[in-house]
Design a protein around this ligand. Structure first.
Ligand SMILES: Cc1cc2nc3c(=O)[nH]c(=O)nc-3n(C[C@H](O)[C@H](O)[C@H](O)COP(=O)(O)O)c2cc1C
Length: 162
């Protein structure tokens, strides 16, 4: 892997009712001027080999059940346990969707779970996560785009992780 910053952003999406997917697609459409390529990939069928690309990663996932990752993310999340590998080369950002009023006790836990597991495997989170709260009326796509523009600038600057 070269020392140059990656020229690709890969957004991995965990969703049940598509909000996270719409956020990722808005980022794909709006942030293309900041990096060579942006790809949105649903988490269905993924395993840890997805982290072999020379890319920056954003985990964009909602929360279901009692603070679980969504159905389409379950197998991928489990594979990070069953097929563990060192991910020290991986730099990622986190967009965690949830509902702080209806599910206060497990707010945005789907994203928090990925964050914890990726950190355990040595991956480095860049910047603060973005929490998208379904109980507020702010547009998640607009929030996602604004966050990602700042996040990409930080990630591409090679700034140390927080
Ligand atoms: C059955 C159900 C369970 C949920 N469980 C949680 C939860 O435990 N914690 C949380 O923060 N949000 C929870 N949510 C809220 C969703 O994560 C939130 O609405 C999110 O924006 C949905 O995104 P999606 O459309 O990408 O799946 C739940 C929603 C539903 C319908």
């Amino acid at each position: 892997m070269s020392d140059a910053p990656p020229s690709k952003l890969l957004i991995l999406v965990g969703t049940m009712t598509n909000t996270a997917e719409y956020v990722a697609q808005a980022i794909e459409m709006d942030c293309g001027d900041l990096i060579g390529a942006i790809e949105v990939r649903m988490m269905d069928g993924l395993d840890p080999s997805v982290f072999e690309e020379d890319a920056l990663y954003v985990i964009c996932t909602s929360t279901y059940g009692s603070g679980d990752v969504p159905d389409n993310a379950q197998a991928f999340y489990a594979s990070l346990d069953s097929q563990p590998r060192f991910l020290g080369h991986v730099r990622y950002g986190l967009i965690a969707l949830g509902d702080s009023v209806q599910y206060a006790a497990t707010y945005a836990n789907g994203g928090r779970r990925f964050d914890e597991r990726l950190r355990d495997l040595g991956a480095v989170r860049v910047g603060d996560p973005l929490f998208l709260d379904a109980s507020t009326d702010t547009e998640p796509e607009a929030q996602g785009v604004a966050w990602c523009r700042d996040w990409l600038a930080l990630a591409l600057s090679g700034a140390p992780a927080q």
